[in-house]
Design a protein around this ligand. Sequence first.
Ligand code: SF4
Length: 202
Amino acid sequence: MSDYEEIIYTYKNNVYLNITNKCPCACTFCIRSKTDAIGEASNLWLNHNPDFDEVKKAIDNFDFSNCKEAVFCGYGEPTNSFDVLIKSAQYLRSLGIKTRVNTNGLGSLVNGRDISKELCDNIDDVSISLNCSNKEEYLKTVRPKFGIESYDAMLDFAKKCRAYTPNVALSVVDVIGDEEVAKCQKIADKLNIPLRVRKYSG
Ligand code: SF4
């Protein structure tokens, strides 16, 4: 397999970009700990984190003609390769391809600066993992390396993104149970951000 196939993969008719394997979290439900790939990919563990030129080559080698949207989501947190993420999104936009990023919302902590505006300016849809209704549960489930401040940082990031774009969503996985989903819905409502409840696929 070439690096190109590992950078771009398809899953349920969607096209995904896997631009990094770095992530500041170790979510208990993360698929990375269970299998080396999902969808049409055979291995999403990159042998190195690609630079923009490599991602661009992967994009140039992929047929996007049936694709409405490219999603930055792979075996790592896309904002961990923020420069590559932004340049790739700009390049995809120049080709007329819409973009979405699935992020854990900790990108400002990762990059040591507020990245929310730059992200929202360059990506069409931002989906942020809310995961839990409180910081204690979040710490146990997401296990972020930044510790207890992470939950509030993620919420603050979501709030900032919402100020820059209406195209932001929060997400939870249904495995947390109805009661917890209802609490997360209240948090999302307060932020005026829609909540997506995803099916657990682990
Ligand atoms: S944030 Fe995403 S990539 Fe990182 S551990 Fe959690 S589920 Fe896995």
